[in-house]
Design a protein around this ligand. Structure first.
Ligand code: GTR
Length: 431
């Protein structure tokens, strides 16, 4: 792939803008100054009438809210492309010292081998007697970064420059193998009987302002890299979420996988992505947000940590163009993020925060989960089961799970243990 000077300048600029945003002195971390406008009520239809039954939610209110998120926040994605093809391009039944079968599956989005494509890395636990339930998520550093397993194909896609992680001139080197391994708990997941599927988000769209020109948004659009975006056309989060749905299309065909029990998971911007994927695609049986923050689980109306003003300046390409108008006016948004959580109902959803991740507004993430409870109640499903944010390292919840972990913005083994327990409980495993 060719990286023109223009692309490289755009990447550098977006990195500078995001680090400036993180250093801003005007960011509020004082709970007394949060000044939250009232939240929109998920149980009131656009015409002002109340929603009082699960069927009214499913048939009337849910489609309305989904449509509001499409129009004002993430943008509208296309469906499954015609002619999409899958090919198993890597297979090893004795991967990870015999603990797993490793598959690499290339997804040719338009059926053309030289067209847009992504590669799914899939580990299936060895010796499983039945199709395995699975976790599916996007990764930041390429599939080869998820584990030091030398059999994983090294990604050739655009990567964010990072010498410490073995990425030089936007390309992964051998030194980048396993650099994201601490975030994936592969052995633990397999030992608990789950498969793990992951895709590199940069296969779908490289993450910088002009990255869409190298990704599916250009490849599938009729005007390619000359596309003029409509205000509600898909942004990058929608593109990544779309990639997760295409990965699920594959998992549905793999006999080793129990596709009725696939949990979609993501961290940070990829947690925003897992939420949006789970909201749109009800085939995902369980949805997990790890430290997803602004534009993810955190309430937009709270002025704490990152705000709509900051995120639309640093990462305008993540959202649809309409979202810009709420940059300094979150109260005008016709939705808030508790309604994104509510779109998962009645499926189990888990929101996780980290104590030192103030930028992501842990309390705002908790309050989103809390304010989704009335929708779960319509289905007679228990929510968090607590009225206020629990103490650190104290997971709570029935169909809405939540924990506040000690430590920083990251995915740790502690997080995974909670997700595995939550999945066991809802997928009726591990009894
Ligand atoms: C930050 C951004 C957050 C979060 C994070 C990440 O810079 O402000 O919204 O998404 O990046 O994805 O690591």
């Amino acid at each position: 792939m060719n990286f023109t000077p223009r692309f490289l300048i755009c990447v550098a600029l977006s990195l500078v803008v995001s680090s400036l945003a993180a250093d801003r002195k005007d960011v509020n971390y004082d709970e007394d100054k949060v000044n939250m406008a009232p939240l929109p009520d998920p149980l009131v239809l656009n015409n002002g009438k109340p929603v009082t039954s699960a069927s009214a939610w499913k048939n009337r209110r849910r489609p309305e809210i989904l449509e509001l998120f499409r129009t004002h926040v993430y943008g509208r994605s296309p469906g499954k492309p015609k002619g999409m093809k899958f090919a198993v391009t890597g297979l090893d039944h004795l991967a990870l010292d015999g603990r797993a079968t490793r598959k690499e599956v290339t997804v040719y989005f338009t059926g053309q081998k030289d067209g847009p494509q992504m590669t799914i890395l899939l580990y299936v636990p060895s010796g499983a007697k039945q199709p395995a339930p699975a976790f599916l998520g996007c990764n930041f550093g390429g599939n080869h970064a998820v584990s030091a397993d030398p059999g994983i194909t090294l990604s050739k896609q655009w990567m964010r420059p990072n010498k410490d992680k073995g990425v030089v001139n936007n390309q992964a080197t051998e030194a980048s193998r396993g650099t994201e391994a601490s975030r994936w708990a592969v052995e633990k997941i397999l030992a608990r009987g789950y498969a793990l599927a992951t895709i590199y988000y940069g296969d779908v769209e490289p993450d910088f302002a002009e990255g869409w020109k190298l990704g599916v948004r250009a490849a599938l659009g009729k005007d390619g890299a000359d596309t003029q975006w409509k205000p509600d056309d898909w942004g990058a989060i929608s593109a990544w979420a779309w990639g997760l749905s295409r990965a699920l299309d594959y998992l549905e065909r793999d006999r080793d996988i129990d596709a009725k029990h696939v949990a979609v998971i993501g961290h940070s911007r990829l947690g925003k992505t897992s939420l949006w994927a789970g909201a749109q695609d009800e085939r995902f049986a369980l949805v997990i947000s790890n430290d997803s923050g602004e534009g993810g689980a955190a309430l937009a109306r709270r002025n704490y940590g990152e705000t709509t003003a900051i995120i639309t300046t640093a990462f305008p390409h993540w959202f649809c163009d309409n979202f810009d108008q709420y940059a300094n006016n979150a109260p005008a948004l016709p939705v808030d993020q508790h309604e994104l959580i509510a779109l998962m109902a009645p499926r189990p959803v888990y929101v996780a925060s980290a104590e030192d991740d103030k930028w992501a507004d842990p309390r705002g993430e908790f309050l989103s989960a809390k304010n989704a409870e009335p929708v779960y109640a319509l289905f007679k499903k228990g929510g968090l089961g607590v009225s206020d944010q629990p103490p650190v390292n104290h997971p709570v919840g029935d169909f809405i799970g939540y924990h506040l972990r000690t430590g920083k913005h990251d995915v740790t083994d502690y997080d995974w243990e909670q997700y595995l327990n939550f999945a066991d409980r809802h997928f009726k495993r591990g009894k």
